[in-house]
Every structure is written in structure tokens, then in C-alpha cells.
Design a protein around this ligand. Structure first.
Ligand code: ADP
Length: 323
């Protein structure tokens, strides 16, 4: 068996619903294997400042259903300096932390890789509503964010239908269009604009709206990924070129909140438990991934070099459904 006696867990970067469920899974798995678990607060800041709490099995009671993260999350520029990294590693050595589970996105994994290079075993767990981590097909928080956005778009549809308007909805996703595409298909959008696909504005939007009107469509929903740029400009052009009253809604941070869905809770539980078992197996500098319904792990550097594209089949379907 391994010589690991104490591990730490932190959440870092942008928050995502299900981070709490992942923290709980780490703490409970540690308790199951009789090792102690510490919660490191405010991302890598907690390691630099010694902002640390005990996490026994009971201290994570009731958090599986809560959005946000009980450990708080933050960005930590100091950790990216040699001095900051040294301070973080010395805190781990001082407290006898033999492994850390780092829950977050690619930035968080770069931090985990640097910490591993200082001799502190680390395992990354993917959590971001953008689902833009290349090594994994699924990131904790994506499903909840999709459902939150979908709920909002369904409500917008009611009012757009009454007034026979066009609704241009910007969803999150940073430089990736996964969230936009998923929501676009689920809400029956007329068009989905994602940064990965070039779009012909006239053909793919204006012409579709014109045809839709001829076919007695009363209202239109256009989903724009934030990485595309300007939803306001998209709406302005639609109104100008079609004469339809068009309104913009930028969903923003509401997509990061809310009670995680069953899928996110289960994925967080599986990934959190897997991360602790990976540490106990003596591994370091790995990231937990979901590949073809299985949970597996990759070397962090390899994972960071992987490339993930938009699902082309889904993109085609989004277009086919909007005839
Ligand atoms: P995310 O994990 O959601 O991608 P960020 O990119 O903001 O979020 O990264 C979160 C934190 O991870 C940063 O504030 C920093 O502490 C650490 N980090 C990010 N990039 C690096 C890097 N290149 N080297 C070391 N640490 C990094």
C-alpha cells in the first residue's frame, strides 16, 4: 500500500457547479482509506498563505447539492512566480501533505504540473462549464450550465413567441462553442454561432429567418457563443436586414451557479474518488479524464497538448434541425 498519509484538495480558476460534490468525494474517499484530508482555500493562494481547513468525512455533509465551492476559488498570480511556487511547496512539506487534488481547468492543471515538479504529487480533476479541456470528453459543471441556459432560453422563447421577435442569446464558453452548440440543439435554435466554425451570415442566419417567415415561423432563437464576439452586433444586423424586432440577452454568470444536476454530481463523485485512488497508487502529475464513458487518467503535460474540436456531427444536426 502507499505511504500517503495526508492529502489536500483545492478548487481554482473559474467555478463550476459540482465542484463541491468533487471536494466531498475527495474527502470521503480519503476517510474511506483512513488518510487525513485538508481543504486548501482560495486556490493556490491557500498554499502560499496557509489558508487551510480540516476536511473529515462529516465536514462535507450536505454540500453535494450546493453550487459554488465551499473552499472558495481564486486566481493566484503569485503562484506562477518561482518564489510563490517555492512557498506553496514548503507549506505542503511543513504540513506533511503527500498529495493534492486540484479541481479546475487547464490553468489549474498547469499549476498542478508545476507543483508536481517540486516533488508534491498532484492530480487534476476537470471542472469547467465550458467543457473546453481537450483531454476529457466531459468536465464537471457542463451539464448543469447547459440546463440553466436551456431553462432561460425556454423562458425567452415564450415572450419572443408572443411578440414575434428574434432572441439573440449569448452563452458562456470562453473560446469554445461546446456549451452554445449543446444549448442550441436542445432549445431548437434557428442558428448557433460558435468560434470553431466559420459562418456565412447571409446564408446561415438572414436567409434562414426569411425562409422561416415564409414558412409561418413567428419567432427565432439565435445562440451565440461568447467566443464569437458581439451578440449585440448580431442582433443589430438581424433587425436591420430582416426588419424583425430582435433582442439580446447575455446570460453571463447565472450559468455558473445552481444546484448541480445528477450527471454532474455523479461525475464529480467518480472523478474525485478516482483522483484519490490515483494518488494512493503512487501516481503524480496526472489529470482525471472521461473517455467513452470510462474514467481514466493522462499525464498533465500530454493532456495540455491535446486538441479538442467541436463535435462536427452535432454541428451538422443543429443546422439540419433548423429547416
Ligand atoms: P482555470 O483553471 O479555470 O483554467 P486559470 O487559467 O485562471 O483558471 O488558472 C487558475 C490558477 O492556476 C491561476 O490563477 C494560477 O494560480 C494557476 N496557473 C494558471 N496558469 C499557470 C501556469 N502557466 N503556471 C502555473 N500556474 C498556473
Amino acid at each position: 500500500m502507499s505511504n500517503i498519509k495526508r492529502i489536500g484538495v483545492l478548487t481554482s480558476g473559474g467555478d463550476a457547479p459540482g465542484m463541491n460534490a468533487a471536494v466531498r468525494a475527495v474527502a470521503r474517499t480519503a476517510a474511506y482509506y483512513n488518510i487525513s484530508c485538508l481543504g486548501i482555500r482560495r486556490g493556490y493562494n491557500g498554499l502560499i498563505n496557509g489558508d487551510i481547513i480540516d476536511l473529515d468525512a462529516r465536514s462535507v455533509n450536505g454540500i453535494i447539492s450546493r453550487g459554488g465551492t465551499m473552499l472558495y476559488t481564486a486566481r493566484c498570480p503569485e503562484f506562477m512566480t518561482e518564489d510563490g511556487l517555492k512557498k506553496a511547496a514548503s507549506t505542503c512539506k511543513y504540513l506533511g501533505i503527500n498529495g493534492i487534488v486540484c479541481i479546475g481547468g487547464d490553468g489549474t492543471f498547469r499549476g498542478a504540473r508545476d507543483l508536481a515538479s517540486m516533488g508534491i504529487p498532484t492530480i487534476g480533476v476537470p471542472a469547467t462549464i465550458d467543457n473546453d479541456i481537450s483531454s476529457t470528453q466531459y468536465s464537471i459543471g457542463f451539464d448543469t450550465a447547459c440546463n440553466t441556459a436551456l431553462d432561460a432560453v425556454d423562458k425567452l422563447r415564450d415572450t419572443m413567441q408572443s411578440h414575434e421577435r428574434c432572441s439573440v442569446v449569448e452563452v458562456m464558453g470562453r473560446h469554445a462553442g461546446h456549451l452554445a452548440l449543446y444549448v442550441g440543439i436542445a432549445c431548437g435554435a434557428t442558428a448557433v454561432l460558435v468560434p470553431e466554425q466559420e459562418m456565412n451570415f447571409e446564408e446561415d442566419i438572414i436567409e434562414k429567418i426569411r425562409m422561416g417567415r415564409i414558412n409561418k415561423r413567428s419567432h427565432f432563437i439565435i445562440i451565440v457563443a461568447e467566443g464569437v464576439g458581439n451578440a449585440i452586433e448580431v442582433s443589430r444586423r438581424i433587425q436591420e436586414e430582416t426588419g424583425i424586432d430582435s433582442r439580446v440577452t447575455i446570460l453571463g454568470h447565472i450559468q455558473r451557479g445552481g444546484s448541480p444536476t445528477a450527471r454532474d454530481r455523479v461525475m464529480a463523485s467518480r472523478m474525485g474518488a478516482y483522483a484519490v485512488e490515483t494518488l494512493l497508487a503512487g501516481k503524480s502529475n496526472r489529470v482525471v479524464c472521461n473517455v467513452n464513458s470510462e474514467i481514466t487518467d493522462f499525464d498533465i503535460t500530454e493532456a495540455l497538448n491535446m486538441h479538442k474540436d467541436i463535435n462536427q456531427q452535432m454541428y451538422n444536426i443543429s443546422k439540419m434541425m433548423a429547416v
